[in-house]
Design a protein. Sequence first.
Length: 196
Amino acid sequence: MEKTVKLKDGTKATIRSLNVNDVEKSLAFFRNLPPEQRLYLRVDVTDPVIVERRIKNLGLTDIKRIVAEVEGEIVADAGLELRPHGWERHLADFRLIVSPDYNGKGLGMLMAEELYEMALKENVEEMIVEIMAPQENAKTIFERLGFRQDTIIKNFVKDIDGKKQDLILMRCNLGEIWDKLETYFKETENRDMHDA
């Protein structure tokens, strides 16, 4: 999958599937994130071994990863992790991280649109996102994307520094919000094209 999109400020970005040649670009992206943003990542993706393992897992059919690239550099990373078996087979984990340099430019919404379309093709009914309590900005962004807080589990996870944090579980029912989001995506695209 690959497509060129135009951000709100006129920047052209390419949204595409992550591939096996992206180890160095992926490492550079995660290493350039501010320390306070990296603190709450699930794993230390500044470690080359972890990034290589993450990219080697691309062949697994239950993991879909995409990136956004501007002038040869990755500026956003997103993923949909399906749960194809058992009692969670209608669910998928949603992951999205955008470089602070591209916040407010519509890139997160464009990445989310791609993940939502992937989820629909895979018959996903609900998407789950897990964040730590201090991630207030992330919570606000996910709420704009249609996620709602469902559960808080106290002192359940540890951040990269090993400090215990509350885990917030947020859910998004695709059936309930798809029409609203599709209209929003179209309005955003039309507004951006009009502004160009």
